[in-house]
Design a binder for this molecule. Structure first.
Ligand code: HEM
Length: 408
């Protein structure tokens, strides 16, 4: 009803305050989102900007990653597809309410959410894969320089059916139904232009009991991440810059590494806690480094040169040795858990959807991944899919669309 809709709009106004908080300082976003949720409204992330909102936004509870191949024909077909994705994402992430000018009531067929007007903390992030630049769309000369299909690393068990793709769409929201609604609406609007290639859904857990959410090995995951509120650091480690090494249009975008990493959880659950902690270099309970006692303190490698406390082979020490010259290898990690049921042998199919944003995927993700090849953890994990993508720069305003710069 009209009245119900107006109440919905009051919620949207509250959401706008959250948007301001999110835009002003991402550090404030998590509590703001929690408060908004408790009040029955949902957080809203500003769609327009130099960057796509989903890159720096905090990890929300629910995600779906969809890799797609473009079936639209030529540059004109791809342009129309990207415009439609942008328009639909803009509409959904603003709660489906104020569409450009004028206000539209929620459609009577508003997907799986019924008549509710909600942004639900949704972000829709669009990234492109190397195959988009293969010549079908006349884009070969503007490919981000480091973009390529994902290689097999030693110990990988990649199923090529769940690797790569022309496009990657990541939906992320506070609740599963909002994610599914977003997925369905975007696919409905674009059916003629793209075909699903693979999909993986993930979730993030509440803090237990506090601090950073845990992965399915029971360890807090994300503790030592880079500070996404530090704009200068993001310029050095996350955002790609147009210039000599890259085409101009990449400015404000970011290389995205996705790794679907199965965890051999039955095997892991038979390992004692001491040995588990040695593998990561952190305490399972608190998440503190084994040289300390609180989650967010730095590991003290200088006091532990031989690895008596934190083994030299521990995951955190290999991934980020904190030695001069390795600072620029750091990346923005955004990990999700997944639970895919059981495999053909009756084993649990669970693991981590590892995603990381990089200014330069070779200098950061690939360098670190190569160092991790021999870590003890490799016996308990099995990377099965993923890919390298380039998250497009943001859409600046209502007339802009994701990927427009590629056609300039
Ligand atoms: C840190 C788990 C894969 C890079 C951590 C931590 C855990 C963890 C528990 C410590 C807490 C934290 O700072 O987040 C896992 C698991 C993985 C996995 C279970 C696979 C299933 C990867 C991959 C990479 C990576 C593929 C990159 C190639 C890092 C980095 C850190 C880290 C850079 C931070 C180290 C530091 O700065 O101290 N990971 N990780 N991880 N991981 Fe992973």
């Amino acid at each position: 009803s009209r009245r119900g809709f107006l109440i919905g709009m009051a919620g949207a106004a509250a959401g706008a305050a959250t948007t301001a908080a999110v835009t002003a300082g991402l550090g404030a976003a998590a509590p703001a989102a929690a408060a908004a949720h408790a009040a029955g409204t949902a957080a809203r992330y500003e769609f327009h900007g130099a960057h796509q909102a989903g890159v720096l936004a905090p990890v929300r509870r629910s995600t779906s990653l969809l890799a797609l191949d473009v079936t639209a024909q030529g540059a004109a077909g791809l342009t129309e597809l990207l415009q439609t994705i942008t328009d639909t994402a803009r509409f959904l992430t603003t709660g489906g309410a104020p569409r450009e000018l004028g206000i539209t009531a929620p459609p009577s067929d508003s997907g799986v959410l019924g008549p509710e007007v909600t942004a639900g903390g949704l972000t829709v992030t669009l990234a492109v894969g190397a195959s988009l630049f293969d010549g079908r769309f006349g884009l070969a000369s503007v490919k981000p320089s480091k973009l390529r299909p994902m290689e097999d690393f030693p110990n990988d068990a990649l199923d090529r059916a769940i690797c790569d793709g022309d496009l990657l769409l990541q939906f992320e929201a506070d609740d599963n139904d909002v994610v599914i609604h977003g997925v369905r609406e975007v696919l409905r609007a674009t059916r003629a232009g793209m075909q699903l290639r693979w999909r993986r859904d993930g979730f993030s857990s509440p803090p237990r009991p506090s601090g950073t959410p845990r992965n399915l090995m029971g360890f807090k995951d994300g503790t030592a991440n880079i500070d996404r509120t530090d704009a200068k650091l993001m310029d050095q480690l996350v955002w790609a810059h147009g210039g000599q090494a890259e085409p101009a249009w990449v400015e404000g975008g970011s290389y995205l590494a996705v790794r679907v990493i199965r965890m051999l959880v039955e095997f892991w659950d038979r390992v004692g806690i001491e040995e588990q902690q040695q593998m990561f270099g952190r305490y399972k309970g608190s998440g503190a480094p084994l040289t300390g006692s609180s989650e967010f303190e730095d590991p003290h490698y200088e006091r532990d040169p031989n690895g008596d406390s934190i083994p030299l082979s521990a995951h955190i020490r290999v991934a980020n040795p904190r030695t001069p010259g390795t600072e620029n290898q750091r990346m923005l990690r955004r990990a999700f858990n997944y639970d895919g049921g059981i495999d053909a042998n009756g084993n649990l199919d669970q693991g981590l959807i590892f995603t990381a944003f990089n200014q330069d995927i070779e200098r950061q993700f690939v360098t670190v991944q190569k160092r991790l090849i021999d870590e003890p953890l490799v016996d308990y994990i099995s990377p099965v899919g993923g890919g390298y993508y380039f998250a497009l720069p943001g859409a600046r305003d209502a007339s802009d669309w994701l990927g427009k710069g590629m056609f300039a």
